[in-house]
Design a protein around this ligand. Structure first.
Ligand code: ADP
Length: 417
């Protein structure tokens, strides 16, 4: 963030310095050229020849800039003169309107001896400040001594001052603007982070809660076994209970491990035929329910074990959340023409899902209330694991369900390498 602010500020600063200094440089150069022209005018024509004539303007050889000169011989000022182009010279069309610029130039009264004091003993050219005005000066030998020409450069100076002031203002405004924008960006960037911390907290809380339940059950079963004089059959019942809880806990810890490792583990991927997977799944479930598999004779890219797990989660649910005697599962698959996507549909004839629950069932630890109360059902992690696998395929799920009729999950998966 700070690096971004610094980068933008330095770019703005760089552009500004470049812009202002190029204008300042060209103005200073123009000032120097004007003074050279004035000196050249007098040295080539002689000082006297120019008296009482309007000498400014393009054709008349003098640049239209306010200036004065003094001629010094043996440390004495022997001549001086102030020359100011008229408004009509400078602004031929609307001189009246533009009077102001001229009035601001060249002080009305100039004390020439004071000016000479300022430059006496110094270089033959340079800059001086007299009252509130700045002058660039240069000199050359003329017939009767040394002529010093002073060009009023107050405007160039004030331009420079104004530029620095504007520059600082622009910098401050840019800084404030970036800070404001930066805060907004930072807030936005932190939103998902806060959400993920919140999710993580909830996940840990829910997981501990779920782990505590079988532990409490086991503990009370063990208490009974230790504290009561039970017959062999009675002991077996309590031990069976404990064994069931151990099984549930093993399943839960496995699920938790799967969920937490999903992002970290690099899964081996290759091409495999989907019908191979369907075959395995069919063999595992043929004695538990009526299961039909169709199509799927094509190659897809991914991790085999993960694919088996994905399909099994949906089959398990189709059996678990089904109150009918005759439980049916249908599985089919299709590859699209471009071979970029394939779909797997898993249908059951179970209890169905209310459409308002379509999103929540994929949340971690989400269970329907009726599922929560039954100890045979899961922990609400199955579909979260499924969602992680689907995300690995950049895929999505479509649900079609009718209460007491059944549910179809259509998985649309990317077949990308
Ligand atoms: P669990 O691992 O406890 O089965 P899941 O995440 O797999 O949890 O499912 C969450 C909830 O979604 C279940 O409690 C159940 O209410 C509902 N559900 C999932 N699949 C089905 C299905 N095929 N038919 C009806 N309800 C389902």
């Amino acid at each position: 963030m700070i690096a971004l602010i610094l980068a933008v500020l330095s770019i703005v600063l760089f552009i500004m310095i470049g812009f202002f200094s190029s204008i300042y440089y060209s103005n200073t150069k123009q000032d120097q050229m004007a003074i050279d022209e004035i000196l050249h005018f007098y040295t080539s024509r002689g000082v006297e020849t120019t008296d009482n004539r309007n000498i400014f303007g393009k054709d008349k050889k003098l640049p239209m800039r306010p200036y004065f000169y003094l001629i010094v011989e043996d440390g004495e000022i022997i001549d001086f003169k102030k020359n100011m182009p008229s408004n009509n010279d400078m602004f031929p069309k609307n001189g009246e309107v533009n009077k102001k610029p001229l009035e601001e130039m060249l002080p009305i009264e100039i004390d020439y001896s004071k000016i000479y004091e300022l430059i006496d003993g110094k270089e033959n050219s340079g800059t001086i400040k007299y009252e509130d005005n700045y002058f660039l000066y240069d000199s050359a030998e003329v017939d009767n001594g040394r002529m010093y020409v002073f060009l009023d450069t107050t405007l160039t100076h004030s331009y420079f001052k104004n530029s620095i002031r504007t520059g600082i203002l622009v910098l401050i405004l840019t800084f404030l603007y970036i800070l404001l924008i930066g805060r907004k960006i930072l807030d936005k960037a932190l939103d998902p982070l806060e959400l993920s911390i919140e999710n993580q907290k909830r996940f840990t809380g829910d997981a501990s809660h779920e782990l505590r339940t079988p532990l409490t059950a086991m503990r009370s079963n063990l208490d009974i076994l230790i504290n009561y004089d039970l017959s062999k059959e009675e002991q077996e019942t309590w031990l069976l209970n404990i064994s069931n809880e151990v099984e549930r806990m093993t399943k839960l810890t496995n699920d938790l491990l799967l969920l937490s490792r999903n992002d970290v583990i690099v899964k081996e991927k290759d091409d495999f035929n989907l019908s191979e997977i369907f075959e395995k799944v069919y063999l595992s479930y043929q004695n538990i329910c009526e299961i039909n598999v169709r199509n799927g004779d094509f190659l897809v890219y991914g991790n085999r074990e993960e694919m088996i797990q994905l399909i099994m989660i949906f089959i398990d649910n189709g059996i678990k959340y089904n109150s009918k005697e005759n439980k049916k599962i249908d599985i089919s698959a299709e590859m699209d023409k471009s071979h970029k996507h394939f779909t797997i549909s898993i249908s059951d004839n179970g209890d169905g899902i209310d459409s308002s629950k379509y999103d929540s069932i994929f949340e971690r630890f989400y269970r329907e209330d009726k599922a929560r109360t039954s100890s045979q059902n899961g922990f609400g992690l199955g579909l979260s694991i499924a969602k992680n696998i689907i995300n690995d395929y950049d895929g999505k799920v479509k649900i079609k369900s009718e209460i007491n009729e059944g549910t179809t999950f259509k998985l649309i998966l990317n077949n990308k390498k």
